[in-house]
Design a protein around this ligand. Structure first.
Ligand code: ADP
Length: 188
């Protein structure tokens, strides 16, 4: 089973993905984590990535797809959870093609629905503890949310057309939200 967790920044994708990894032995592929790792190496690509992330924009499709391709080739487990990927229609197309090569496909896109006001508060709160610069500034957070609505939200239609889109209420306790996700997965 391969799942995409969709949702604006702060929707809880990473939190829920980690729980599914532990409870169902799935493999989490988070492009945010991969990009932060690339950034920390100080390579030329890392420097480019750092600049884009600092402003809250989206890193180019080429870079992100390249990272996913590398990880997919060497990962093994009970299915993938994509967290923060795809974020554009061209990333979604690339993912379909990559999975085809492994004779598999996306089972479901599960979208966590949370209002903007709650998102902004959650991110500012996370920024206090994590030190993530992109979580500490309201303007950057608003830019990330805007990127989500202008470039990523259209993926709802993309996966609806494939009959595998499921919206889930992303407000509530962490365990409560996990059980909503598991509910969807159990019906697949
Ligand atoms: P969040 O979902 O809370 O914004 P992430 O860790 O998923 O956090 O992403 C942090 C940043 O990394 C994004 O603002 C963006 O700059 C970059 N990024 C992550 N995934 C992608 C992607 N699939 N395509 C382009 N940029 C990405």
């Amino acid at each position: 089973m391969n799942i995409i967790l969709l949702g604006p920044p702060g929707a809880g994708k990473g939190t829920q993905a980690r729980i599914l990894v532990d409870s169902r032995n799935m493999v989490q592929l988070s492009t945010g984590d991969m990009l932060r790792e690339a950034k920390s190496t100080g390579s030329e690509m890392g420097k480019k990535v750092a600049e884009v992330m600092a402003g809250g924009g989206l890193v180019t499709d080429d870079i992100v797809i390249g990272l996913i391709r590398e990880k997919l080739a060497c990962a093994a487990g009970n299915g993938f959870i994509f967290d923060g990927f795809p974020r554009t229609e061209s990333q979604a197309n690339a993912l379909d093609k990559l999975l085809e090569k492994f004779n598999t496909s996306i089972s479901a896109m599960i979208a966590l629905e949370v209002s903007d006001e709650i998102l902004i508060n959650r991110l500012l709160e996370r920024g206090k503890g994590s030190g993530r610069a992109d979580d500490s500034n309201r303007k950057i957070i608003e830019n990330r949310i805007n990127e989500y609505y202008t470039k990523t939200a259209i993926l709802k239609t993309y996966y609806q057309r494939k009959n595998c889109y499921y919206g889930v209420d992303g407000v509530g306790g962490i365990e409560e939200i996990t059980s909503r996700i598991v509910d969807v997965m159990s019906k697949l």
